[in-house]
Structure formats: C-alpha cells, structure tokens
Design a protein around this ligand. Structure first.
Ligand code: SAH
Length: 216
C-alpha cells in the first residue's frame, strides 16, 4: 500500500509516522508513506496555493488547479495501482471502520489536506473519489484526518500489527474493557476492583463476559 499525502505542512508527519507500529510497517515495506509539498506544484514565483473566495468574504480558499496538477503527477507514476483520491471536509460523510476495511484493499491512496477556509469545491466534486469527515468538529487542516485514516487503514494490512497485537484484538474485540495490576485501585479515598469474572480462571465465562461488552 502506498499512501501519498499532499499538504502545505509536510513536516507535520515526520514524527508521528516515525514511531511505533507505522515506523515498523514502513521498515518492513508493508506500507509506503510519501508526503508531497503542494507548493512544489505551483507555477508562480511565490508558490501560491490559495486565493480569495469568489463572491467575497474573509479567508482564503485552496486552488483546485494546483491540487489537480499535484494529483495528475502523482498518479501518472503509479498508473497500474488501484488508486483513490481522498479529500477531507468537516461537512462530509463520516469515516468509519468499514471505510478503513474497504480502503485497505487499494494499492495507492492519495490524500489532500485542506487548510484555510477549505478547498475550492470543484476539487471535492470532480477531483476527489471520496470526501470524509473524521467527526463533528472543525480542525484547522486535513493533516490530522489524513494521519487518522492512514493509521486506521494500515493496521488492517496483513503483517502490520505484530502477531500478538492482532491476536489480542481478535480475541477481545473492539471496545472490550481491559484491566491489569493492581487488583484494587485506590483513588481519592475510594477503591476500584477488577471485575470478579476476570479473576475467576473460568475461560468460558471470561469469553462470554468479553463478548457481551464488545462494540465491533
Ligand atoms: N470553513 C470550512 C472549514 C475549513 S477547515 C467549512 O466550513 O467547511 C480546513 C480544512 O481542515 C478542511 O478543508 C479539511 O481538510 C480539514 N478539516 C477540518 N475539520 C475536519 C473534520 N472534522 N474532518 C475532516 N477534515 C477536517
């Protein structure tokens, strides 16, 4: 899987993608992450990626022509891969685990991270294959949404999660509460115990308890 991220803040991604599971997956060549600076696809001396909105009003809008140029260039290098262009907007359909599963079957995912007042609507309509929101709140850019989608998709690619990580997740299920030592937690004068069933040693009962609490 190749992730291509188009942004005006490429450095944002270095630290997150350089740690833990994703760093290991990159090293093992299970995933590739390439970050592109949108300014490299501009034609003018000032490397302009935005302009004022038609119809007036405050703020700046990201230009669809610069985005189109970047995508055309990135796609042409990998024309044989099953590829999708993804944009982000707080007003679009919400990204879910089902989307992550579906997208994990692609060979190349190209993300465009919006900034300012967002991107020219024609980029969403005619350039993007899909537009996602990651929740009902407004961020200042599409970089965190892109990181979230890259991570959710990557961990579904075989081999990305270590053997024990994926076995644990399958066994417990998503959303199942987990506990570890100490058996009794003291906080603000109160005592909080681990559910008795988990200490019982009865594997059937434990499995039933976990099953009843899983959300996915
Ligand atoms: N004024 C715009 C918001 C722009 S936010 C509006 O009313 O829709 C700037 C960029 O941040 C967006 O283009 C998008 O890429 C990203 N963004 C902000 N919140 C987001 C969210 N909840 N989900 C996905 N992307 C988001």
């Amino acid at each position: 899987m190749k992730f291509e991220i188009i942004t005006i803040f490429p450095k944002i991604f270095d630290s997150y993608f350089g740690e833990s599971i994703l760093a290991r997956a990159r090293k093992k060549k299970l995933i590739q992450i390439k970050v592109h600076n949108l300014r490299d696809y501009t034609a003018d001396k000032h490397k302009t990626v935005d302009d004022s909105p038609y119809g007036g009003g405050p703020g700046m809008v990201m230009r669809a022509d610069v985005i189109a140029k970047a995508i055309t260039k990135i796609k042409s290098q990998k024309s044989n891969l099953k590829s999708k262009v993804i944009l982000f907007s707080p007003a679009s359909k919400k990204f879910t685990q089902k989307d992550a599963q579906r997208l994990s079957k692609y060979g190349q995912l190209i993300f465009v991270c919006g900034r300012y007042e967002g991107v020219d609507c024609r980029a969403e309509k005619y350039i993007a294959d899909e537009v996602f929101s990651i929740g009902d709140f407004v961020l200042s850019g599409g970089e965190i949404p892109a990181m979230a989608v890259v991570e959710a998709v990557s961990r579904l690619i075989p081999g990305v999660l270590g053997k024990s990580e994926s076995i644990e997740e399958k066994r417990y299920g998503v959303g199942v509460p987990v506990y570890t030592r100490p058996e009794v937690l003291e906080y603000k004068g109160k005592k909080y115990r681990v559910p008795k069933v988990l200490l019982s040693g009865n594997h059937r009962k434990i499995a039933e308890w976990r099953e009843s609490r899983r959300s996915v």
